[in-house]
Design a protein around this ligand. Structure first.
Ligand SMILES: *Cc1c(COP(=O)(O)O)cnc(C)c1O
Length: 376
């Protein structure tokens, strides 16, 4: 018997992140991928992840928000040559902080470009910038008409040192979609007019679509963290990064006809044993995805004592209940570790069983977990 588990914990395997980075590098034909560490490194800790990636040779990071960029910059070793790019871009009023943090805004429209060029003129030197052109995502990015104006009036980019020209794939993980090829073709045409810096198109799924999508720089996120680049398409080539375990708090023997949890949505159909576990929606388990009355059973399970056990009743803030009646008496006791995510509960399977994707599952992981970083 292993020692009883006291606190819920998320163990993050930095060596696995290193392996995933090297696999992605090999896949991208030896080009060092950028590290996508937005949303606190997909919930796993941007600083720890970025430091590890720097050790692997990574020298470019993408974050979403200004504040994510500032905190990453201050956590990287002073003088680290790493470029930190901010996907939100140069918003009005953010210029001074972007410059002070040595951040590269990913410019998303002519207004941002104008603003950043003015900031460069005011600073009396050139400033780093990336250009994000829209090729079909219709979210962030310079629209085609603005790209036309920009190439007709190249002086709009004077004073800017363009490090990356990029676009983002909308359907790289949709089997059989023709959208990636359409976007690649549009991007190539735009790139011909903006040949500065590194050309970049591929997210995790894009890396696995084929070498024509790799260009100069790939931008994998979820695959670094162990998520399948192409979920539902064969075996996941990425190494498992995060294992989430939490203790059993109480075990009860109950009769048939016992109701469980808020709203009494579950009723036992036989005498059984129920284990109450320290994990709830405040830890990132989706309440909306919990078992519903009449759903014919649980849609989520946990790994405990070498087998899977179904979650029964509603997910509450701090607790869930699992049915462990199929396990021998004594196999599950207070202090027994239950695996919510990890080698026995792959992140993509858990995500699918709760109606979401690995990205949302990981970014929803709570700070309440005790985080342990393992390496070496
Ligand atoms: C989040 C993001 C990525 C990484 O996407 P994954 O699917 O997690 O690999 C790449 N590029 C941009 C612009 C993004 O927003």
């Amino acid at each position: 018997m292993s020692a009883p588990l006291i606190r819920p914990r998320a163990t993050i395997d930095l060596d696995a992140i290193g392996r995933n980075y090297r696999l992605l590098t090999a896949r991208a034909g030896g080009r060092m991928p950028a590290g996508i560490v937005k949303a606190d490194g997909y919930g796993l800790g941007a600083v720890a992840v970025a430091r590890r990636l720097v050790a692997e040779g990574c020298d470019r990071f993408f974050v979403a928000r200004l504040d994510e960029g500032l905190s990453l910059r201050s956590a990287l070793p002073p003088g680290a040559a790493a470029e930190i790019l901010v996907l939100d871009g140069a918003q009005a009023g953010a210029e001074r902080e972007l410059i002070a943090g040595e951040l590269t805004p990913v410019l998303n429209d002519l207004g941002q470009i104008e603003r950043w060029r003015t900031a460069a003129a005011d600073a009396g030197r050139s400033l780093p910038a990336a250009l994000h052109v829209d090729t079909g995502m219709t979210r962030l990015g310079i629209p085609a008409t603005e790209a036309d104006r920009l190439s007709a009036e190249p002086s709009r980019l004077h004073g800017l040192a363009i490090s990356v020209v990029m676009s983002h794939l909308a359907s790289a993980d949709v089997p059989g979609s023709t959208q990636p090829a359409t976007q690649l073709e549009r991007f190539r045409r735009i790139r011909a007019r903006f040949p500065q810096g590194a050309a970049s198109l591929a997210n995790s799924a894009g890396v696995f679509l084929g070498s024509e999508y790799h260009l100069d720089l790939v931008r994998p996120g979820i695959s670094l963290y162990g998520g399948a680049p192409l979920p539902g398409c064969g075996q996941n080539p990425m190494a498992t990064v995060v294992t989430v375990e939490t203790p059993v708090l109480q075990v009860q023997h109950v009769e048939a006809g016992t109701t469980v949890g808020y709203g009494a949505t579950h009723e036992t159909d036989r005498p059984t044993r129920l284990a109450t576990i320290a994990a709830g929606y405040a830890d990132g388990l989706l309440r909306a995805a919990g078992p519903q009355r009449g759903s014919g059973g649980a849609c989520r399970s946990v790994a405990v004592a070498g087998s899977l056990a179904p979650v029964v009743g509603r997910v509450s803030m701090d607790l869930i209940v699992v049915d462990v009646g199929h396990l021998p008496p004594g196999a599950v006791e207070p202090g027994t570790a239950v695996e919510l995510l990890g080698p026995n509960r792959p992140v993509d399977e858990v995500a699918a069983s709760t109606g979401t994707i690995a990205n949302e599952l990981l970014t929803g992981l709570s700070l309440r977990y005790h985080r342990i970083y393992r390496s070496g």
